[in-house]
Structure formats: structure tokens, C-alpha cells
Write a protein that binds this ligand. Structure first.
Ligand code: FAD
Ligand code: NAI
Length: 510
């Protein structure tokens, strides 16, 4: 009885502490302190993008040290790991978006934000050309173009979808990179389902509409295929049973296996699980052409011969990795030291774009020898914040040392005190200047594979711990919940999961 009483007390206190902390976080979020206005005499730091890299930088940067300007066509940060869940309505899209205005309002010194796209960078004149592409925004607004001068520039514009110039891809498929892509997929899934259920629809057309083809067996393709299968099993089957048995997912991958970056046993586990989920995996199959209702692919058979395959589809999702953004391609052409760079801006160990002095690059648009992941981008952003905070401190210390040294020269009475202060400042300066180069610390790879199962490759002492299944799924969910950008995101995602479990996904089409 005594143990029970203590357990109750402990539970009560824990709940109270959690509620108290949540209330404090919400209150603090709604009542930010007054901001210092940007000081134009300080160095202008221009940051391109509001993704993992740039937001990692902005979150940790002391904005009082610079005149900070952010340029991005997206006025929010997107938590990409949960984007595949938005395609089926398991998670509502706004739950994984965090307005950049909210992020910037919490900085000590105000930061200027322009919703625009950087179209080119001129490293000679140190200016960025930005375009406010009004299309789709305020009706009647015209496209505006202007230039922003910079002292320091950070490029964190991410990457585009790779299509490898394969004919028909852009015209006929959906990508899965942005919120708009997930919304379009969600709408198109229901389009296919409703059209397949239309009175008098031919059997052939039903089979085409109900075949959902995913090209690319990387984590994006696998996670989407898993989410799609869950949607049909858990919701469509109950709501529209007459067509659900015609539902099919085909996952096409050019390599001999899916998830090439995961360990061998997890690749096997994933492929077996996907097959159990009735996902048709076509390996060693490279898509060569896409037409309005079918993909044409080349299959390498076991004997090495090649065969042409035509797969009809209702919805095609293209997830074959990253390609350069135009602004990055344009900059590569302007820097002679980057003439051999194909995958992005080659950077040194301090993330400085090689061949430049005042330009840094982070995330998917930078080539630093790491995989293009959110983890890498975020750590790079945090590293740059530390570097820039240190650089500002260095400038301030050097200025003060200069000032003190000249007062020493004037031989004022307090020279001993001044000399001590100089010595202490020089000591601090040595420590500040000793910034180690960027080193990525891998926290592990996680991927959802459907039917409440996930796979995880986690570094363990000097080796690797590989796990897959339902427990890993719980780990996957708790890891991503804790990594959400804000408490607001965390609460919304949790409520979405509970809502979908209790009431099912919302299949209405907006
Ligand atoms: P992004 O996050 O893509 O941000 C780029 C920013 O630049 C955006 O704000 C964009 O609007 C802006 N921008 C674009 N063009 C311009 C321009 N011309 N001028 C100014 N701004 C511009 N990684 C993981 O580690 N774990 C995961 O679980 C994971 N899941 C993923 C799921 C999906 C569906 C996808 C697509 C990716 C996933 N990733 C994951 C990869 C991860 O999202 C990327 O590696 C990460 O987003 C890269 O960060 P970034 O800052 O370089 O680019
Ligand atoms: P990816 O580059 O990881 O995989 C793309 C796949 O498409 C490759 O396996 C490639 O062989 C295949 N492919 C290319 N062209 C093809 C063709 N014509 N026909 C058939 N297959 C073809 O791309 P993805 O999945 O978009 O991921 C991009 C980055 O984001 C990666 O670094 C990935 O690690 C990261 N990411 C991580 C996630 C996670 O950790 N859970 C989730 C999603 C993305």
C-alpha cells in the first residue's frame, strides 16, 4: 500500500510538472521579449532558405552580432521526416509546418525576412538577386526583382527533384518534397479511388486507376509506399470495400535492393515486410519513359538480358533523389574552383564554399562528404551559428584589445590593470579562435515501412545496432515526436495520430 501511495504521488507530481512546463512554454511562446532593432553598421549576413540547414543556423545564431536578412520562397520550416504521413491525411500538413516569422520573433535582435527566391549570386559584387514570384500569391501582384548586398552569405537552398531528363516525368508524376506535393498526392489518391468506383468503369481502367506506382526505392519511396498501404488497409477497405481488393502498390527501383544506405539485414527485412504487405517490388528495373497512363522500364533479368516492361498507373510518385537548384548551378558556373562540382557547392571543413571567402553552404546544396539528410543539414547549420558567434566575439575582443593597447600607449595611471585586462582578453581570444572544423555526428537512420513497423540503424559503441519491427516503430514515432520543431508541432502531431487512430483518416477531397 505504501508503494502504491508513492507511485500515485510520483504520477501526480509528474503530471503536474508536465502541465506546468507546457503552460510555461506556451506562455513564453506567446509573450516573446521586445527585440533589439538590427544595427545596419554591423556586417550584413544574408541567409538563403528556411529548411533544416538555415533554420539550424538561425536557431542558434546570436542575431545581435549581425544585420541578418533571410530570403526564402517558403515562409515556414518544414519537418520533412513526417511529410510522407501527410499524403494520406494521417498527419495534417500544418502540424509539421512552423512559421518562419514565429521562429525569427524569438531572436534577441530582429531579423528581416523576404518571401522571395534567390535567382543568382554575384560573388564579385557581393550581391544576391532576389525575385518575388507573385504568381499564385496576391491576385494582380506583379513579379518584383531586387538586389541585396551582403558581407557574409549562407546558402541553404536544398535541392530539387532529380528526373535525369527522363521524358514525361515532370508532366505526369507527383514529387514528394514540399507540402504542396503531399497535398496534391492526397487529392490524387482520392481521385483515383472515386474514379475507379464510378458506375460502369471498365475492369481494365479500374486496374490502372488502382495501381499506385512509386519510382525510387530510397527512404522517400519506401516510406510513401508504406503509408499508402496503411491508408488502404485501415480506411479505404472499410469505407469502399467493393474496390479495395483491386488496390496495388508497385515500387520500382533501379538497383538490386531498396534502401541502399541501410544495413544488409534491414534491407532484407524491409523487402520481406513490403512483400507481405502485397507491395510489388520491381528491382533492377530502371524507368526510361513516362506517358500519361503508364511507365516504361527496362528490367535486367537474372541471366543478364534486358526486357522492356510497361506498367499502367493511376498515380505515379517520383522519388529518385536530389538535383541542383538553378541558383546553385548558376553560382557553380561563376566560381572557377567549382568547375568539377556536379552534386553541389564543394565546401571546406569550415563549410566555406571553395573558391570564395564570404560564402558558406549548408545542407543538400553543399558537398561536404556526407549524405543529403536533415541530420547533416541541421548539424551544419548549428556549427555555422557557433562559428559566426565566435567570429563576432573575436571582432569585439580584437577591437577592445586595440582600444586598450592605445590607452596603454598614452601611459595613463592604471596601466597595470589595463595590461591584465589585455592579457585576459588575449587568452579568451585564443580559446574563441580555436574552432574545430565541422565533424558530423551520426545519430542513426530510421525509416517507416508500413503496418506499424520501422527499421533503425543506430551507431552503438564502435559498431552498429540494427533493428526492425513494431518496437522500432514506437522508437521511430517517439524519436520524431521529440525532434519536431516546436511544442505546438509536437502537440498537433500527437493529436493527429490519436485522431486518425480513433476516427480514421479524413478521405474528403478539398
Ligand atoms: P531544405 O530543408 O529542403 O530547405 C531548403 C530551403 O531553401 C527551403 O526553405 C526552400 O524554400 C528554400 N529555397 C529553395 N530555393 C531557394 C532559392 N532560390 N532562394 C532562397 N531559398 C530557396 N532526412 C533525415 O535525416 N531524416 C528523415 O527522416 C528524412 N525524411 C525525409 C522525408 C522526405 C519526404 C524528404 C523529401 C526528405 C527527407 N529527409 C530526411 C531529407 C531532408 O529533408 C533533407 O536532407 C533536408 O531537408 C535538407 O535540408 P536543407 O536545409 O538543405 O534543405
Ligand atoms: P535516394 O537518392 O535515397 O533514392 C533514390 C532511388 O531511386 C535510388 O535508390 C535510385 O537507384 C533510384 N532510381 C533513380 N533513378 C531511377 C529510375 N529511373 N528508375 C528506378 N529507380 C531509380 O532518394 P530519396 O529517397 O528521395 O532520399 C533523398 C535523401 O533524403 C537521401 O539522402 C535520404 O537518405 C534522405 N531521406 C531520409 C529519410 C529517412 O532517413 N527516413 C527519408 C527520406 C529521405
Amino acid at each position: 500500500r505504501r508503494t502504491l501511495r508513492w507511485t500515485w504521488r510520483f504520477t501526480y507530481l509528474s503530471v503536474l510538472a508536465t502541465v506546468g512546463y507546457t503552460c510555461y512554454v506556451v506562455w513564453d511562446d506567446r509573450h516573446p521579449n521586445e527585440q533589439v532593432q538590427p544595427d545596419p553598421t554591423k556586417k550584413t549576413l544574408v541567409v538563403l532558405g528556411t529548411g533544416w540547414g538555415s533554420v539550424g543556423l538561425l536557431k542558434n545564431l546570436d542575431t545581435e552580432n549581425y544585420n541578418v536578412i533571410v530570403v526564402s520562397p517558403r515562409n515556414y520550416f518544414l519537418f520533412t521526416p513526417l511529410l510522407p504521413s501527410c499524403t494520406t491525411g494521417l498527419i495534417e500538413h500544418r502540424s509539421i509546418m512552423e512559421p518562419v516569422r514565429t521562429i525569427l520573433r524569438h531572436k534577441k535582435a530582429a531579423v528581416k525576412y523576404y518571401e522571395a527566391e534567390a535567382s543568382s549570386v554575384d560573388p564579385e559584387r557581393k550581391v544576391v538577386k532576389i525575385v518575388d514570384n507573385a504568381d499564385g500569391k496576391t491576385k494582380g501582384a506583379k513579379t518584383a526583382e531586387t538586389e541585396i548586398p551582403y558581407d557574409m552569405l549562407v546558402i541553404g537552398v536544398g535541392a530539387e527533384n532529380a528526373t535525369f531528363g527522363i521524358p514525361g516525368v515532370r508532366e505526369n508524376s507527383c514529387f514528394l518534397k514540399e507540402i504542396g506535393d503531399a497535398q496534391l498526392i492526397r487529392k490524387k489518391i482520392m481521385d483515383c479511388v472515386e474514379r475507379a468506383s464510378f458506375k460502369g468503369q471498365t475492369q481494365e481502367e479500374i486496374d490502372r486507376l488502382m495501381n499506385f506506382v512509386v519510382v525510387g526505392g530510397g527512404p522517400t519511396g519506401v516510406e510513401f509506399a508504406g503509408e499508402l498501404r496503411d491508408f488502404f488497409e485501415e480506411d479505404i477497405k472499410k469505407l469502399i470495400p467493393e474496390i479495395s481488393h483491386r488496390f496495388k502498390v508497385t515500387l520500382i527501383e533501379a538497383l538490386p535492393n531498396v534502401l541502399p544506405s541501410f544495413s544488409k539485414q534491414l534491407i532484407e527485412y524491409t523487402e520481406n515486410t513490403l512483400r507481405e504487405e502485397n507491395i510489388d517490388i520491381k528491382l533492377k528495373t530502371m524507368v526510361k519513359r513516362v506517358t500519361e497512363g503508364a511507365v516504361e522500364a527496362e528490367v535486367v533479368k537474372a541471366d543478364g538480358t534486358k526486357e522492356l516492361l510497361k506498367v499502367p498507373y493511376g498515380l505515379l510518385v517520383w522519388a529518385t533523389g536530389n538535383a541542383l537548384r538553378p541558383v546553385v548551378r548558376d553560382l557553380l558556373g561563376k566560381i572557377p574552383a567549382q568547375k568539377d562540382s556536379r552534386r553541389g557547392l564543394a565546401v571546406n571543413e569550415y563549410l566555406v564554399v571553395q573558391g570564395t571567402r564570404d560564402i558558406w553552404a549548408v545542407g543538400d546544396c553543399a558537398v561536404a562528404g556526407y549524405a543529403p539528410t536533415a541530420q547533416v543539414a541541421s548539424q551544419e547549420g548549428t556549427f555555422l551559428a557557433r562559428l559566426f558567434n565566435n567570429m563576432a566575439k573575436t571582432d569585439a575582443h580584437e577591437g577592445r584589445i586595440k582600444e586598450l593597447s592605445s590607452s596603454l600607449n598614452l601611459k595613463q595611471g592604471n596601466s597595470a590593470e589595463v595590461a591584465t585586462e589585455i592579457e585576459s582578453l588575449e587568452k579568451q581570444l585564443r580559446r574563441i579562435k580555436d574552432v574545430k572544423p565541422f565533424k558530423y555526428s551520426h545519430q542513426g537512420s530510421l525509416a517507416y515501412i508500413g503496418s506499424e513497423k520501422a527499421v533503425a540503424d543506430v551507431p552503438w559503441f564502435n559498431g552498429n545496432f540494427a533493428a526492425g519491427g513494431s518496437l522500432t516503430f514506437l522508437f521511430w514515432r517517439s524519436a520524431y515526436l521529440s525532434m519536431c520543431f516546436s511544442s505546438r508541432n509536437r502537440v498537433l502531431v500527437l493529436l493527429d495520430w490519436l485522431k486518425s487512430k480513433a476516427f480514421g483518416r479524413d478521405v474528403s477531397r478539398e
